[in-house]
Design a protein around this ligand. Structure first.
Ligand code: ARG
Length: 459
């Protein structure tokens, strides 16, 4: 089969080499972006008088025709034509004749592929901001519904202090809000145009890069042609941002899996988001959070894979860089899948308030508050800590909780205790005592929800 670059060669490419070096199997996903970039490029060639208007019209019509054919699945991509760029160019020439061969004037596949990747990720980043917003809406919905649901808060996975379940959900809202900001920030660097850099050094044709940038709605063009064709930082950044989203999702996954267990029974995921066992009829497994947690590994792997490809690569383009694609596509697909499922799974999750309350009533997570109580009565915190430590030990030995103690029992440990200690120890009061900006008191959480809702509207 004749190659677009066949002139210099005296032999056919080895069949295995052809298959090994081809990328069409996966970069066909860039077809729309490739045509979009080519349309802008050829329009510029016409505007700059590099190609006659007639040729430009023929090429544009041809590109639109090829676009339609691809959309309808009528183009058979071939490994012989290596990648999406040459498959499209070949199809164009087949459709409109040798004039199609003028499209590549003043352009290289090196600046072309980089442009396609920028166009592709630009769209994806906008979609991901939308998906993250949807997830935050669902988390805020659960927060609003659980403004008076008290649950043990943990450190070291040991009960620490009671908190509002809404406060716990809103912690994730903060994480995903940072992810949104990171995605938005990365957009600045994605939205820079490499086209016009040529193979590496620029082009001898009097092209207008800024005109192309304008047409494709890029904010700017790459400053340096070598950098333009060899930069993959924007993909690394995307993969890193995606890795952090997955980190946050998988922490939430872990909690959902734990909370769904009979031991916790804090939440129940909707049947629609769970699966059964082929042998144990009673089982309802939290497969979705488990799998999202598991798929976090491949997203991390894709990030590290690309960093490793780029490490020590000399300037400018090297074929190694073709390895930037599969990991990126895989991360896009993995993240889309996870986020699409997560928002409705959170929205439909049942929260077992009674069970959470029961847990709070049967623990010592109000111990800090009686230590603080003694501090307010003038005892140094270290001494108060010691007194309450002993009180808790007494409770454990006598199978009681702090609220079960009689005032005489409290007095064995400190005479400073008054009967208002029973109020102080009520979980509602323990929660509402943390009335500090960012704390778990219900008015603070309500305000945090309002701020998050406002931020959501603004993104
Ligand atoms: N398929 C190639 C890639 O994805 C396109 C650029 C090829 N350029 C070249 N000079 N071989 O990286």
């Amino acid at each position: 089969m004749s190659k677009l670059w066949g002139g210099r060669f005296t032999k056919q490419t080895d069949q295995l080499v052809e298959e090994y070096t081809a990328s069409i199997m996966f970069d066909k996903a860039l077809a729309e972006e490739d045509i979009q970039g080519s349309l802008a490029h050829v329009t510029m060639l016409g505007k700059c008088g590099i190609l006659p208007a007639d040729d430009v019209e023929k090429i544009k019509d041809g590109l639109l025709k090829v676009q339609g054919m691809i959309r309808r699945g009528e183009v058979e991509f071939t490994v012989g034509d290596e990648d999406i760029h040459m498959n499209i160019e070949k199809t164009l020439i087949d459709e409109i004749g040798p004039v199609g061969g003028k499209l590549h004037t003043g352009r290289s596949r090196n600046d072309q592929v980089a442009t396609d990747m920028h166009l592709y990720l630009r769209k994806r980043v906008v979609e991901f901001v939308g998906l993250l917003n949807k997830l935050n809406e669902a988390l805020i919905g659960q927060s609003l519904a659980n403004l008076d649901t008290i649950v043990p808060g943990y450190t070291h996975l040991q009960r620490a202090q009671p908190i509002l379940f809404a406060h716990h959900m809103m912690a994730y809202v903060s994480m995903f809000q940072r992810d949104i900001e990171r995605m938005q920030d990365s957009y600045k660097r994605i939205n820079s145009l490499p086209l016009g850099a040529g193979a590496l050094a620029g082009t001898t044709f009097a092209i207008d890069r800024h005109f192309v940038a304008q047409q494709l709605k890029f904010d700017r063009v790459y400053e340096n042609s070598l950098d333009a064709v060899s930069d993959r930082d924007f993909i690394v950044e995307f993969l890193a941002n995606a890795a952090l989203v997955m980190t946050h999702l998988s922490r939430l996954c872990e909690e959902l899996v734990l909370w769904s267990s009979t031991e916790f029974a804090f939440v129940e995921l909707d049947d629609a988001f769970c699966t059964g066992s082929s042998i144990m009829p009673q089982k309802k497994n939290p497969d979705v959070p488990e799998l999202v947690r598991g798929k976090t590994g491949r997203v991390y792997g894709n990030l590290f894979g690309l960093l490793t490809v780029l490490k020590a690569l000399p300037l400018a383009y090297n074929k190694d860089m073709q390895e930037d694609k599969e990991g990126m596509f895989d991360t896009v697909k993995t993240l889309q899948g996870a986020l699409q499922l997560f928002a409705p799974m959170i929205a439909t999750m049942k929260v077992n308030r009674e069970r959470m309350r029961q847990a709070v009533n049967q623990d010592f997570s109000n111990a800090t508050d009686i230590a603080d109580y003694l501090v307010n009565k003038g005892l140094p915190f270290r001494q108060a800590h010691e007194v309450i430590g002993k009180t808790v030990l007494y409770c454990i030995q006598n199978k009681k909780y702090l609220l079960d103690l009689k005032i005489e029992e409290f007095h064995q440990f400190s005479k400073l205790f008054d009967t208002n200690i029973y109020d102080v120890l009520q979980p509602e009061n323990v929660v509402n005592a943390r009335n500090v900006y960012g704390g778990t008191a219900s008015n603070q959480v309500s305000e945090a929800i309002e701020r998050a809702q406002k931020q959501l509207e603004e993104t």
